[in-house]
Design a protein around this ligand. Structure first.
Ligand code: SF4
Length: 375
């Protein structure tokens, strides 16, 4: 028999895989990469340690549809856990059919997580995933209804476990005693969609776009996000890593309409302006509307707000940036505008607004290459 096990590399999924292996079942792990989270490296390491094959897949745009309109709503933040688990299991079902596996298993434990693992939630997930009796939760199987495999006798229910609830002490002891696992993975800090500090960015994305794309989601973790109005927001780099990411996302053919503003004659923050006013990816001779001009000006001032004045004022020509739009680029001048200090950063503590003429403390924190560009 062959089973697909949803495999994050956490303790629960490791134990689910070990339990099945012990019954002589061939286990293939499936690790899912979301636009916000990639634990595939850790999962690969853990899969090798316990001797199972691992398949890594990324969600498609169906993930965004689920995130924007979850059938069962969100948990305490923007985490649509029931729908998210269901979608992961649909991918697992697809893989099961593709490689001729017999069933799917997960490391879910009844009652362990309040947003997706209460017994009635597990029942919904089982039903909506389309797996029905082909979904086994080895760590809690004895407190859950029998699966097809247990009814047929191809899985020995007596060898399954009856863990339930939130505590991990018994689970860790079981891992040590039964499988000699010494290096117990720490409980995951959770997905960023559950985090107070991150979720406002996702809320902002969902509020302003009926159906955001994977590209929109991939942009959310980077830089400082500032909303100009309903139709435009800017991401200003904080570190050199952000600058690289903004470049990479701008070069992606899947990108939403956006323009990139890159410092030309000083070392400072680059900015990605995302707005429907921006030209198409393929435009060789894009026209710039008055509205886009206004957005670019504000974005340029925001780039200066987070750059070091000692650097951008050093050039006799004043701060210049290269504006990338469509397939072309042009040079523009950037201007300080203290009104942009009023635009709040979404999901980051705001610095006190910079007063005209006041000494900017960021000048003392001048970034070096590969260091923070401010804050
Ligand atoms: S915590 Fe995040 S990754 Fe896990 S099920 Fe919920 S939304 Fe999905």
């Amino acid at each position: 028999m062959k089973a697909i096990v949803l495999f994050s590399g956490g303790l629960d999924s490791i134990l689910a895989a070990c339990l099945l292996k012990r019954q002589g079942i061939e286990v293939v792990g499936l690790n899912m990469i979301t636009p916000f989270h990639d634990c595939s490296q850790e999962a690969q390491k853990r899969a090798e340690e316990i001797g199972i094959e691992l398949v890594v897949k990324s969600f498609g745009e169906d993930y965004m549809k689920m995130l924007a309109h979850p059938k069962w709503g969100y948990g305490s933040n923007v985490n649509p856990c029931i729908d998210c688990r269901t979608l992961m299991l649909r991918y697992a079902k697809e893989l099961m059919e593709e490689i001729g596996a017999d069933f799917v298993a997960t490391g879910e434990i009844a009652g362990q997580r309040p947003n997706s693992q209460k017994i009635h939630q597990l029942t919904l997930i089982t039903r909506d995933s389309g797996l029905g009796g082909k979904l086994l939760r080895p760590l809690s199987a004895r407190v859950l209804p029998k699966t097809d495999m247990e009814i047929e006798g191809t899985i020995d229910r007596e060898q399954m476990r009856a863990f339930s609830g939130r505590g991990r002490t018994k689970l860790s002891a079981y891992a040590r005693q039964e499988y000699g696992i010494k290096n117990i993975p720490q409980p995951s800090s959770g997905c960023v969609l559950c985090e107070n500090s991150f979720s406002p960015r996702v809320r902002d994305m969902l509020k302003h776009k009926e159906l955001p794309t994977l590209w929109d989601a991939r942009l959310t973790p980077w830089g400082r996000r500032l909303r100009i109005d309903e139709n435009a927001y800017v991401v200003v780099a904080r570190r050199s890593e952000d600058c690289e990411k903004l470049d990479e996302l701008f070069a992606s053919p899947e990108r939403s309409r956006c323009v990139l503003i890159f410092p030309e004659n000083f070392n400072g923050a680059s900015a990605l302006l995302v707005t429907d006013e921006a030209p198409d990816f393929g435009d060789e001779n894009p026209t710039i509307s008055e509205r886009l001009k206004g957005y670019v000006e504000i974005s340029g001032s925001l780039a200066l707000r987070f750059s070091n004045p000692a650097r951008y004022n050093a050039s006799p020509d004043g701060p210049m940036a290269k504006l990338f739009l469509g397939q072309t680029s042009t040079l523009i001048s950037l201007h300080e505008n203290y009104a942009v200090d009023e635009i709040p950063i979404i999901a980051e503590p705001n610095r006190p607004p910079k007063k005209k003429g006041a000494q900017d403390s960021s000048a003392d924190e001048a970034p070096r290459e590969d260091e923070s560009l401010g804050d």
